[in-house]
Design a binder for this molecule. Structure first.
Ligand SMILES: Nc1nc2c(ncn2[C@@H]2O[C@H](COP(=O)(O)OP(=O)(O)OP(=O)(O)O)[C@@H](O)[C@H]2O)c(=O)[nH]1
Ligand SMILES: [Mg+2]
Length: 376
C-alpha cells in the first residue's frame, strides 16, 4: 500500500509582505515539523501534535525564522499552519526545509482541490481568488455558498423523477448563464476601432480615467494594440485601443492595421468609432460584433449622425460616456443575474452545462444526466 503523502503549500500570494502562511497537510506533518521547531520558551514541543494549540517559536536549524505554528488538525490527517515572515526567498527557504524531509510541494489551488470535501466549493475558492471585480466576486461567493451545486442537485432530482420539463427549465437557465460564468475570472475583450483620428485613443483614455494612449491630431498616431483593464458597471473589461484602419500606408503602419483588424475580429465586442465632424467610414465585413459610437459630438456634425444606430459621445467633453457604459454593460450582460443566482463558473462547468442542455433538448436525458454527474 502506498503511503498518503504529506504536502506543503504557500497560501499567501508570492512577493513582498510582512507575513506569509504555509500549510503542511498529511500524516507526517507533525513528525516533520516538530524536530525543526524550537519553542520560544525553550520547552520541548510535545511528542504528539497538541490539538488546537498555537505555538510561538523558530523553525529551521542554525538559520531559523520566527513563526507562529497553529495545530489545525490532529489524527491520521494532520494539518499545521505556519505563519512566517513574508518574501519569496524566506518562503522558499522554509519550503525547501520541509521538502528535504520528504514533504511534497503543491500549489494553493491543488491544496484546496485535494483537501476540500466538496469539489465545487474548492473550484469556487480558486475562481474567487481570480475575480477581477467586486461584482464578479460576489457572484462567485454565491457559488461558493452552494448556488450552482443546489441547482445541479435540483436538475438531477428532476431527471431522476422523469420531470423533464423541470429539468429542462433548470438546465436552460444555467446554460444561458454560461456566457457570464466564463467572464467571472477573465475580462470581456472590447476593441476600440475605426479610421485614423476618429478619437479611439481619446475614448480609451476617457473610459480608463488616465492617459493610457498617446493622443495627437496626426492621423496614424497609434501603431500597436494598447490595452487597459477596467470595470464597467462592475463587469471586467479589457479595452483594446487599435491603430486607425486605412489603406495605402507605410509598412510599419500596415502592421498596426493588420493587428487592429485581428483584435477587432477576436473581440467580444468592437466599438467602431465614427467622427461626427468628418464623413463616416464604415467597418469591413470581417469585424465581428459591432457597436457604433459617434464621437466628437461637441463639434458641428457634417452628416446625419442621428440616422445611425449608435451611442453619441465626446471623448473631449466626456458627454455621453455614462450612456456608453450603460449600453456596453447591457450588451455584455443582457440578463443581469439576481443576487444568489446559480451559474457555472469554469470552462469545464460551462461547456458541461451547455452540452447537457443540448442532450436534454434532443431527448437524451441519460446522456445529460451523465454529463452533469461528471461536474460534481
Ligand atoms: N473636438 C473633439 N476632438 C476630439 C475628440 N476626441 C478626440 N479628439 C481629437 O481628435 C484628435 C485625434 O484623437 P486620437 O484620440 O489620437 O484619435 P485616434 O482615433 O486614436 O487616432 P489614430 O491613433 O491616429 O488612429 C486629437 O486631436 C484629439 O484631441 C472629441 O470628442 N472632440
Ligand atoms: Mg490612437
Amino acid at each position: 500500500m502506498t503511503e498518503t503523502p504529506t504536502y506543503a503549500a504557500c497560501l499567501t500570494p508570492p512577493g513582498q509582505g510582512a507575513v506569509a502562511t504555509l500549510v503542511v497537510d498529511g500524516p507526517r506533518a507533525w513528525e516533520v515539523v516538530r524536530p525543526l521547531f524550537r519553542t520560544r520558551t525553550g520547552a520541548e514541543p510535545p511528542v504528539d501534535p497538541p490539538a488546537g494549540r498555537i505555538l510561538l517559536g523558530r523553525l529551521g536549524g542554525e538559520v531559523a525564522d520566527e513563526v507562529v505554528l497553529a495545530v489545525k488538525r490532529v489524527g491520521p490527517s494532520q494539518r499545521l499552519e505556519l505563519h512566517c515572515h513574508g518574501g519569496r526567498a524566506n518562503v522558499r527557504f522554509l519550503l525547501d526545509l520541509l521538502m528535504t524531509r520528504g514533504v511534497r510541494f503543491c500549489t494553493w489551488q491543488e491544496f484546496l482541490r485535494r483537501t476540500d470535501s466538496d469539489p465545487l466549493r474548492a473550484a469556487a475558492s480558486v475562481a474567487l481568488a481570480e475575480a477581477p471585480t467586486v461584482r464578479t466576486a460576489s457572484i462567485l461567493l454565491d457559488q461558493y455558498n452552494g448556488a450552482f451545486a443546489a441547482a445541479l442537485d435540483a436538475i438531477l432530482a428532476a431527471l431522476d423523477s422523469d420531470d423533464i420539463d423541470m429539468a429542462s427549465t433548470g438546465l436552460d437557465a444555467l446554460a444561458r448563464r454560461a456566457g457570464l460564468g466564463r467572464r467571472l475570472t477573465a475580462p470581456w475583450r472590447v476593441a476600440v476601432a475605426g479610421p485614423p483620428n476618429v478619437g479611439k485613443s481619446s475614448l480609451m483614455n476617457a473610459l480608463a480615467g488616465y492617459q493610457r494612449s498617446i493622443v495627437s491630431p496626426t492621423p496614424g498616431t497609434t501603431r500597436d494594440v494598447v490595452t487597459t483593464r477596467l470595470a464597467i458597471d462592475g463587469w471586467p473589461v479589457e479595452l483594446a485601443d487599435t491603430a486607425g484602419v486605412r489603406e495605402g500606408t507605410d509598412a510599419l503602419e500596415e502592421q498596426g492595421v493588420r493587428k487592429a483588424q485581428a483584435t477587432a475580429h477576436a473581440a467580444d465586442l468592437c466599438l467602431w468609432l465614427l467622427d461626427a465632424s468628418a464623413p463616416p467610414v464604415w467597418p469591413g465585413a470581417d469585424v465581428g460584433a459591432v457597436r457604433f459610437v459617434v464621437n466628437k459630438v461637441d463639434l458641428p456634425a457634417v452628416w446625419d449622425v442621428a440616422a445611425v444606430d449608435g451611442v453619441q459621445v465626446s471623448a473631449l467633453t466626456l458627454q455621453g460616456l455614462p450612456e456608453l457604459c450603460t449600453d456596453l454593460s447591457g450588451r455584455l450582460v443582457p440578463d443581469s443575474p439576481p443576487s444568489g443566482a446559480a451559474m457555472p463558473f469554469t470552462e469545464h462547468m460551462c461547456a458541461g452545462v451547455e452540452n447537457a442542455n443540448r442532450s436534454l433538448a434532443n431527448g437524451r436525458g441519460d446522456e445529460a444526466r451523465q454529463i452533469l454527474v461528471g461536474l460534481i
